[in-house]
Design a protein around this ligand. Structure first.
Ligand SMILES: Cc1ncc(COP(=O)(O)O)c(C=O)c1O
Length: 398
């Protein structure tokens, strides 16, 4: 009989020839189970999606309830659908006052593309600025702002009039000008290997955008929804965005994204010409119901993300003394564990998997692996996980 593994390699189009290739039958909390009954601890959270763990009961219940009412009714933005309006108003409630208009989409890439179009439309300018080693998604617009030529070169020409700055290089901010429609930045660069902005960097970027009439777009797709120890990552800094992009953990395991701005800015998509962004499934009612439940859990005291800093620090303290570990970068419960080479990291991740720990490398720092378990991980689970990581890495260095 043909196995799922064989079909996976034969009939599923894959983004690379070296997938993790793990088969999972069910998942609960921080655990995932393979068909042979082996239990894995999820240190990736589906790349910062399952912040509340797998199958959080509030999300499962919301999904089931919505399935019993309706699924897709009409393309986005035509009918009044209760899960969408409740989600938008809850987001507006927890965000700064000016981020009060929520455009619901399907994914992070779509949120970024929508935000870029919006910025061009509002400013009437064409130049878009991104940062080296940033990742914003796979669609043409988001891909054009990907800050690493080694992946992009084969797909040129991409969007024109794009330039890149070096993250944390204050001098580079001078390149932002009256020609610039928008600067797109991750407030903490995730796939670069968890690069945290230096004190004052985002604040100076904000000032430069103010001075030039440039819109500041934050991509919080990977670092949002509690991952860094605040509900939204930008809350660590004194610099708010004009447009905020969200996705990944937003749906608690269901696909949904959003770009969010002021009503005034957002209106430009609707006039001269209208239909500046159209999406059929954006804000799918089942995903929106899940996202609302997710946000309600995240905003109910004691907020689960308040543990992220403490747990993240525990991981950092316990692993930084290991001889194999070269450097740890961290914000909240998002850690990059850098080893001495890509090859060592590949061996380490293989061994971690043998110990029942699922990790993955960072796109632009392949010599580092990610530790980003669900924020719901308990103290006891944290201790167990740390012991296993230490054992797996120590075994390799013997
Ligand atoms: C920071 C960031 N932005 C955008 C995206 C793209 O999101 P999606 O894969 O949902 O299109 C990702 C995905 O990994 C991401 O990490």
């Amino acid at each position: 009989m043909i196995t799922n593994r064989q079909i996976f390699f034969q009939h599923l189009a894959l983004p690379s020839q070296i997938p993790i290739g793990l088969e999972i039958e069910r998942a609960e909390g921080i655990y995932m189970y393979s068909p042979d009954g082996k239990r894995y601890i999820d240190l990736v959270s589906g790349v910062c999606v399952s912040n509340l763990g797998h199958r959080h009961p509030a999300i499962v219940e919301a999904v089931k309830k919505q399935l019993d009412s309706y699924m897709h009714l009409m393309v986005y933005g035509e009918f009044i659908q209760s899960p969408q309006v409740k989600l938008a108003s809850k987001l507006a409630e927890v965000l700064p006052k000016h981020l009060n208009s929520v455009y619901l989409v399907n994914s992070g890439s779509e949120a970024v593309d929508g935000a870029l179009k919006l910025a061009k439309r509002v400013t009437g300018r064409t130049e878009l600025i991104g940062f080296y080693n940033s990742y914003h998604g796979g669609t043409h617009g988001a891909f054009s702002l990907l800050g690493n030529e080694s992946i992009k070169y084969a797909y040129r020409p991409l969007l024109p009039d794009i330039r890149f700055l070096r993250f944390n290089q204050f001098d580079d901010l001078q390149l932002i000008s009256e020609r610039t429609a928008a600067v797109l930045v991750e407030p903490v660069q995730a796939e670069a290997g968890v690069i945290v902005p230096e004190a004052g960097f985002l604040e100076e970027l904000r000032q430069k955008c103010n001075a030039t009439g440039t819109l500041l777009i934050y991509d919080e797709i990977q670092v949002g929804f509690g991952r860094t120890g605040k509900l939204f990552c930008f809350e660590h800094f004194q610099a708010e965005p004009d447009i905020l992009c969200l996705a990944k953990a937003m749906g608690g395991g269901m696909p949904i994204g959003a770009f969010i701005a002021s009503k005034e800015i957002m209106l430009s998509l609707t006039e001269n010409p209208d239909f500046g962004h159209i999406t059929t499934f954006g804000g799918h009612p089942v995903s929106a119901a899940a996202a609302l439940a997710n946000l309600k859990v995240l905003t109910t005291p004691p907020e689960i993300w308040k543990n992220a800093e403490l747990i993240g620090k525990k991981f950092e303290d316990a692993l930084s003394s290991l001889s194999m570990v070269k450097k740890i970068r961290r914000k909240g419960l998002l850690l990059s564990i850098e080893l001495d080479s890509i090859e060592t990291n590949q061996r380490a991740m293989k061994n971690l998997l043998q110990f029942g720990l699922v990790t993955d490398p960072f796109f632009f720092m392949p010599q580092a692996f990610r530790i980003a378990p669900p924020l719901t991980i308990t103290e006891e689970e944290t201790e167990t996980t740390i012991l296993l990581v230490r054992e797996a890495l120590n075994q390799l260095s013997k």
